[in-house]
Design a protein around this ligand. Structure first.
Ligand code: FES
Length: 587
């Protein structure tokens, strides 16, 4: 901008409320001129003054050729825009970072906070009265909710929706539980290369997010439970008319929110997080959901009370019969009534006064949804899939700040177990030795993988699903106790302790476990203990203290210098809310 133009009518700005395109003016020293210039540029795109007077709804577009989970973004954007226009607003679409699980190295989690910063700053920087965020693939919805929570505007989440299931030789298949199953069959020599390639064509039958209860489906359900989507917004598959209608409704609602002052802080309350935790437990959701919920809560000054989460787990049954813990897929959940069916069963445990984006409470929305109907995807409260929530929170000297286990995915025989540690120092060490015939290991041992935590890998990859050593697998061993400071895919199974905190890379006790140490796991007592004296542990620390990883420059430096541990959501410390509101749930 080299040629300053004379100011527009300087009084034009001063008498107008700061809304629509008039807000957040770029600084040229003269507000009238800044608005004059802004309008001149936007008119270059053919807008009229009449259009520019409307409330502005931003639409965060995460469509990307690298992200087939968001492959319906163009259709969704068209429908959101239609909803905005029908309700009298002006839709303004803009791009942000998009992250797909299989196209982000070293791991998508490494980029989640970057996407949240992009989302927050673009909401702050550009003039808009409310924001529609289109996300879906695992890290995108958490990133958008984190960013929007920090930006503070009225915000509404639109998920892209699940992919359709495919059919392989008459068997119904879907990503990604069946991806692992068929790859296992191929490795075991049960299917040949041709069949492996055939099934590869069927596992992802359309655009959209994974069709089982992995992280994307978990976060879609959590977003609705938080009150951040239109009612029924979690479950319609990506390519359905229902999904497009949800998008149109979302756009229309965003216009209403632009004028009614329903900012995101009024929705993301302690009660809303409690409802989300209930739903996470009742759907048998991905363990990653805990990390993301902690990060979103942290943005509004709340800490997830892990002990309370554990208590809630004891009283919240798993009701949703979806793979990997059950038999159905997301499209079946939608046909069974989606979240309304689930929330109806959970009603006695919910905080029904929590506000939603509609301006009505969760309880009011449930009343509007009406009675349920006969279906077999959501079990009645008194006939659950599992009597307790899928996730238990562990503590002990191995994980002073906590660890978790997905007990619904674990072998009941191993949930009370003491064994000898077989330690792998990092992922490379694991790859080098796990399948070696020389590995000194037996089925009663406990496999320990260090340095895959937030700083260790970095980015806390989903590498906690430590494979059974080849020589034991060949002998028919299906499960062992496995412990790491990393995460695990929502689609994986086993007696696997995750999210050990503090992680090895920052010098937690976990760093000093040695092969031959005894470890005790007691899910009943919520205990994970290293049976080594404090004195011995201290002497190991003194002999070889851990030095946290560092970097010289760039995003990696920012990441390593500021990333928090699992219980704080693996967010950057400087992004957490500055006002501390306490813990959630409240009691
Ligand atoms: Fe995108 Fe599974 S890879 S949701």
């Amino acid at each position: 901008m080299t040629t300053p133009l004379p100011p527009n009518n300087a009084s034009e700005k001063s008498n107008q409320p700061e809304s629509g395109l008039r807000q957040g003016l770029t600084s040229y020293g003269d507000k009238g001129f800044s608005l004059f210039l802004r309008k001149a540029f936007i008119k270059g795109a053919g807008y009229t003054d009449k259009a520019l007077e409307r409330p502005v709804v931003g639409i965060a577009n995460t469509g990307s050729a690298y992200n087939p989970c968001h492959g319906n973004a163009p259709q969704l954007i068209e429908a959101v825009k239609r909803g905005v226009m029908l309700a009298g607003g002006l839709p303004m679409e803009f791009p942000t970072i998009s992250i797909h699980e299989s196209f982000a190295a070293p791991t998508s989690m490494y980029l989640r906070n970057l996407m949240s910063m992009d989302t927050e700053e673009m909401i702050r920087a550009q003039p808009m009265d409310s924001i529609v965020m289109i996300g879906g693939c695992d890290k995108t919805v958490p990133a958008q909710l984190m960013g929007a929570a920090s930006a503070g505007l009225p915000a509404i989440q639109l998920v892209t929706g699940s992919m359709l299931t495919g059919s392989h030789r008459s068997e119904r298949v879907g990503a990604c539980t069946d991806c692992r199953r068929y790859w296992g069959k191929f490795r075991a020599g049960e299917i040949n290369a041709q069949e492996k390639d055939d099934v590869n064509n069927q596992l992802v039958a359309s655009v959209g997010t994974c069709s089982v209860m992995g992280t994307a489906s978990t976060m879609a359900c959590i977003a609705e439970a938080l009150g951040m989507t239109v009612p029924g917004g979690a479950s319609p598959p990506a390519v359905t008319a229902d999904r497009i209608r949800v998008a149109e409704e979302t756009g229309a609602l965003a216009v209403e929110m632009a004028s009614n002052g329903l900012t995101i802080d009024k929705i993301l309350t302690a009660d809303a997080f409690e409802n989300a935790m209930r739903v996470l437990l009742a759907i048998g959701g991905s363990t990653n959901g805990i990390v993301h919920l902690a990060a979103i809560a942290g943005r509004v000054g709340l800490d997830i009370d892990m002990q309370a989460l554990d208590r809630m787990g004891r009283e919240t049954p798993v009701l949703l019969d979806l793979k990997p813990s059950g038999q159905h897929y997301m499209e079946d959940f939608h046909k069974a009534g989606g979240m309304a069916t689930l929330l109806r069963e959970l009603k006695p445990l919910l905080k029904l006064n929590a506000m939603t984006v509609t301006g009505r409470t969760l309880g009011e929305e449930l009343d509007i949804a009406g009675p349920g109907f006969k279906q077999d995807v959501v079990r009645p409260f008194n006939n659950p899939i599992y009597p307790q929530g899928g996730i238990a929170v562990l503590a002990g000297n191995l994980a002073p700040n906590g660890a978790i286990i997905k007990q619904s995915a674990a072998d009941p025989q191993l949930m009370e177990h003491e064994g000898r540690a077989v330690v792998f120092e990092n992922s490379e060490d694991l790859v080098t030795r796990i399948d070696s015939d020389d590995l000194d290991v037996n089925a009663e041992d406990i496999l320990v993988l260090k340095n895959i935590g937030p700083k260790g890998a970095p980015g806390m990859p989903e590498a906690g699903y430590i494979p059974i050593p080849m020589k034991l697998a060949r002998a028919g061993v299906k499960d062992m106790v496995r412990i790491s400071d990393g995460r695990m895919s929502g689609t994986a199974f086993g007696t696997i302790v995750l999210h050990v905190s503090p992680e090895a890379a920052v010098g937690g006790n976990f760093a000093y476990v040695q092969t031959g140490d005894r470890i005790r796991l007691s899910v009943k007592n919520r205990e994970i203990s290293l049976l080594v004296s404090d004195q011995e542990l201290q002497s190991r620390k003194d002999k070889k203290p851990v030095r946290s990883p560092t970097a010289q420059r760039g995003y990696l430096k920012l990441f390593l210098d500021t990333v928090t541990q699992a219980e704080h959501g693996v967010d950057f410390d400087f992004l957490r809310g500055t006002e501390i509101l306490g813990k959630t749930p409240r009691n």
